[in-house]
Design a binder for this molecule. Structure first.
Ligand SMILES: *Cc1c(COP(=O)(O)O)cnc(C)c1O
Length: 458
């Protein structure tokens, strides 16, 4: 085929269509897309001798499609109808309106991140969250870092590098995404000293290990699993006392780190941050985006002298929290201080939603869709907290021919809807869907359901 009939890059660039593309995507990228479009036209032309050469319109619309795919964002908001409240793959905790506004305020312009307004001199970014955390937890000092994995690593690097750290074999956990406590300990240069067995550890096991010079005893919350049956672990306060008798630091990696009692909502008791401090932990680490319901962050609280050493360690700078995180975190912490956490923080609203409210929403969804059954089911908290625990809920259940392909269709929507299947039905749980998303959810769900049913009945 004669490829000379193809227009040149210059000719295409001079069209009105190209001008529009340049206005949206800029000249260099548009040029690149036009070249790619022409290249593939040539490649097709060489192979298929008979076919017709594409016209300008076709070439430019191919370029437009390339531009669209090159510049489309990959990080998208989704509607979480899975019923897992702290879904790590879906970004864990949605933020409160105030937290979002606080981020917006500091993102928009400059802030006093490290500037003392009183003196006009350099200040410290550490102060923004510290007094709130002290007030809320009773700890002497606090530090916010990138995430809890960084918090644990920093504590060990600053206080236990090349020294012995005692940990129970019942707590050598893998959190998910490859975060394994023993690996983090090794990474820090600490010498891991395992005591006890998989199911049982006694105070005497710790006592024996403490006869040799040791920097730290660490307690790690099981987070995502439960050991049942013939098990034993001493109380936190007993381990703390024992460590202190030997002059050894006692650190508690709490993981989810709730500030409020989960049993109020019909869940099992999740250890609180305040309890760890009361039990005598010198340091407590927890995440910002698990049961705290804030942004991704790692929070370290504890004794002032130890916190001083941690803050001075060079790794602290490498894993420090940025202004957006600090804005959202401090706004979230203020909700606790003002005793409005359950009302204002989305994850607590989800946890505290009543079955009556949830049933009403599921019924509304079913009525608006004119499809599906409303069924009792279970939501989970997730995020490495409260393993095996669930919250009673009501879901919309859709009986479709091929649930997996239906789930896929839901994921391809804008915004994607994430649901789950159970007994060959697609379930959508209102607990994790923000109320303001209801309308979008119903409209998009209904359109998928219509096209899906038609196709499968045909
Ligand atoms: C979740 C968790 C971590 C890791 O926290 P990230 O904030 O995800 O880095 C560490 N330790 C425990 C016990 C956890 O539950």
């Amino acid at each position: 085929m004669n490829l000379h009939g193809l227009p040149s890059v210059e000719q295409l660039l001079q069209t009105k269509y190209a001008a529009e593309l340049i206005a949206s995507y800029g000249r260099p990228l548009t040029l690149q897309s036009i070249r790619s479009s022409l290249e593939s036209a040539r490649a097709v032309g060489i192979k298929a001798r008979e076919s017709k050469l594409p016209d300008r319109e076709t070439l430019l619309s191919q370029a437009a499609a390339l531009l669209q795919s090159w510049t489309a964002p990959t990080l998208l908001p989704v509607i979480n109808a899975s019923g897992v409240i702290l879904h790590t793959n879906l970004g864990r905790a949605p933020l409160s309106t105030t937290a979002i506004q606080s981020m917006l305020a500091v993102a928009h312009g400059y802030s006093n991140l490290e500037f003392d307004l009183e003196t006009g001199k350099r200040g410290s970014r550490l102060i923004h969250a510290e007094s709130l955390l002290r007030q809320l937890t009773g700890a002497e000092a606090a530090l916010v870092v990138n995430n809890n994995a960084a918090a644990v690593l920093l504590v060990l690097c600053a206080l236990a590098s090349k020294k012995r750290v005692i940990i129970s074999r019942t707590q050598l956990v893998e959190i998910g995404g490859g975060f394994r406590i023993p690996d983090v300990m090794r990474q820090s240069g600490a010498k891991l000293v395992e005591v006890g067995t998989t199911n049982r550890v006694h105070l005497s096991d710790y006592k024996e290990a403490l006869t040799e010079p040791t920097a730290l005893v660490i307690h790690v919350h099981h987070s995502n699993f439960k050991i049942t049956g013939f098990t034993e672990e001493p109380e936190l306060s007993e381990i703390a006392d024992l460590a202190h008798k030997s002059g050894v630091i006692f650190a508690d990696d709490l993981g989810s780190g709730t500030l409020i009692a989960t049993e109020k909502f019909g869940l099992a008791h999740e250890p609180t941050v305040q309890e760890s401090i009361k039990a005598g932990a010198d340091l407590v680490c927890f995440s910002g985006d698990k049961l705290l319901g804030g942004p991704q962050a790692g929070i370290i609280i504890g004794k002032a002298n130890l916190m001083e050493r941690i803050k001075k360690h060079s790794l602290a700078r490498a894993v420090r929290a940025d202004k957006l995180c600090l804005a959202a975190l401090t706004a979230t912490l203020r909700h606790y201080l003002k005793d409005e956490a359950v009302r204002e923080i989305p994850i607590w609203r989800m946890i505290s939603a009543t079955t009556k409210q949830l049933k009403a929403r599921a019924e509304l969804w079913a009525a608006s869709m004119g499809q599906g059954d409303v069924m009792a089911s279970e939501s989970t908290v997730g995020g490495g907290s409260l393993p095996g625990e669930s919250l009673s809920t009501w879901v919309l259940s859709l009986d479709v021919n091929d649930p997996d392909s239906f789930l896929r269709k839901l994921r391809m929507l804008h915004p994607p809807i994430i649901a789950r299947t159970e007994n060959d039905c697609v379930l959508l749980d209102p607990r994790t869907v923000l109320p303001e998303q209801d309308e979008t959810l119903i409209a998009n769900l209904a359109s998928v359901f219509r096209s899906y049913q038609l196709k499968n009945n045909a």
